[in-house]
Ligand binder design. Structure first.
Ligand SMILES: *Cc1c(COP(=O)(O)O)cnc(C)c1O
Length: 464
């Protein structure tokens, strides 16, 4: 298909710099450099305005699970737009896409997660969760149970509520966050924070911080604990194996709700339908977005247990979004789930491409710059280090080296992201073995280039 956009790259970049405010971006330095303009997508590949083909190792922002260019999703949107482009679900009305999508989610979500409150994004869904768990306890006659416990370096979105529950220092530093009533415990990041402890001892200690926090705040004052089964934006941090069983034990023993934020880990990313199945947790609420529609249209939601739904349903919940359950987004999400089922993409990650990439990804630890390589399903990360045995950080400001590495990767037409000095990937679930070979080859090349640059610039020094 010919490109529809043949305007000169420089002209588009100038307009972009003049008028478009990018999320999580230093505008002035981007304006100097010029944003890369993506014009097309097909499968696991993107094309930019210069005609370069780029392998998308990040599925957009962890969302394009079924890959780009899916005609079925275009058709689903087209059909629904012609029939009913919009209607709300506030005032005793509903529509078929929202009904069918809620029922389908109840079918694929395990256990008694049978009820869906729709939102337009992951951030909105987590704002819903914040209000819903507090309202839940109020309805049960325990309005003091309002504190939320979450984790440092967790990510739950960037709205006021979700950004407060998240533990990103950069978000908290701007705009007066976090809001009161939220306690952040430490993350289960053994590689950088475990010191001399074994992963098991460290995992147990980090989980027990939840117990300590509940005791300090008082069980009668805590509403819920929220966490990603595997931290995504924090750097694809896979907790020690005993961490989640210990968290689950604490949640079982105490009267608090467990919210698993499945925005990244849902819909096949880990080789299971949901990440909490991979780690053996039993949440009362899960947050969904991203892979729910493979990013083709914005939609998110909260899937809640029978018990939570029953309590919330006993009164009017004064909450909702104009686009809750948007019919076109819901129709596209439903078709996306049909693709995932028909093409057996969850099993594909579990049995085929997951194990295939795993072996190659883990062998990256043989590179002199790589201190750790980890992967679950199709979400993986490597830690860059100047000194492997001590898992040392670089002497340069955190993120300096990761950024250099990211720039080389971009130059090699592979999209890999950096979180400080950790490199992360989360390719589409449809990535082929041949494409995985290309991805791994480009990662090695990128690491070699980064290594050479660090040597040249004297950056291969460990922090003291
Ligand atoms: C992306 C993300 C969110 C926020 O979703 P948005 O759609 O960007 O608002 C929430 N939680 C997790 C785990 C995410 O990765």
């Amino acid at each position: 298909m010919p490109l529809t956009n043949v305007r000169p790259t420089a002209e588009l970049q100038a307009l972009d710099a003049a008028h478009h405010m990018h999320p999580f971006t230093d505008q002035s330095s981007l304006a100097k450099k010029g944003a890369r303009i993506i014009v097309r997508g097909e499968g696991s590949w993107l094309t930019d305005s210069e005609g370069e083909r780029i392998l998308d190792g990040m599925s957009g922002l962890w969302c394009v699970n079924v890959g780009y260019g899916r005609e079925r999703l275009v058709q689903a949107a087209d059909r629904q737009m012609r029939e009913l482009p919009y209607y709300n679900t506030f005032f005793q009305t509903t529509h078929i896409p929202a009904i069918d999508l809620a029922a389908k989610l109840a079918e694929i979500c395990p256990g008694d997660l049978n009820h869906v409150f729709f939102a337009g994004s992951g951030s909105e869904a987590n704002d819903t969760n914040l209000r819903m768990v507090r309202h839940y306890w109020a309805l049960k006659g325990k309005p003091s149970k309002s504190w939320i416990i979450s984790r440092k370096n967790g990510y739950h979105g960037s709205s006021v509520g979700s950004g407060s529950m998240g533990g990103m220092a950069g978000i908290h530093a701007q705009g007066g966050l976090p809001i009161p009533g939220i306690r952040h415990i430490d993350q289960p990041y053994w590689y950088l924070e475990g010191g001399d402890a074994s992963p098991e001892d460290f995992g147990r200690a980090r989980a027990r911080q939840l117990e300590t926090a509940i005791d300090e705040i008082g069980e009668d004052n805590v509403a819920a604990f929220i966490a990603e089964p595997i931290q995504g934006a924090g750097g694809v941090i896979i907790p020690p194996e005993n961490y989640w069983p210990e968290i689950q034990r604490i949640c079982d023993e105490r009267e608090i709700l467990l919210i698993c934020d499945e925005v990244i880990t849902g819909f096949g990313r880990t080789g299971h339908w949901f990440g909490h199945q991979a780690i053996g947790a039993r949440p009362d609420i899960i947050t969904i977005a991203k892979g729910l529609s493979s990013g083709y249209l914005p939609i998110g939601g909260s899937v809640v247990s029978d018990e939570v739904a029953e309590v919330i349903g006993s009164d009017e919940f004064n909450h909702g979004y104009t686009y809750s359950g948007h019919p076109v987004a819901a129709a596209v999400a439903l078709e996306n789930l049909a693709i995932i089922e028909e093409e057996k993409l969850v099993q594909r990650v579990h049995d085929d491409v997951g194990p295939y990439i795993r072996e190659k990804w883990l062998s990256l630890v043989d590179h002199p710059l790589v201190g750790e390589a980890t992967i679950v399903g199709l979400m993986g990360s490597i830690a860059l280090t100047p000194h492997k045995p001590s898992r040392a950080r670089f002497a340069s400001e955190a993120g300096t080296v990761g950024y250099i590495c990211r720039e080389f990767s971009f130059g090699n037409n592979l999209i890999m992201r950096h979180v400080y000095d950790r490199m992360i990937i989360a390719p589409p679930l449809v990535i082929t073995r041949e494409e995985i070979d290309i991805l791994i080859e480009r990662v090695w090349k990128t690491l070699d280039q980064t290594h050479a640059r660090l040597k040249d610039e004297g950056l291969l020094k460990a922090a003291s």
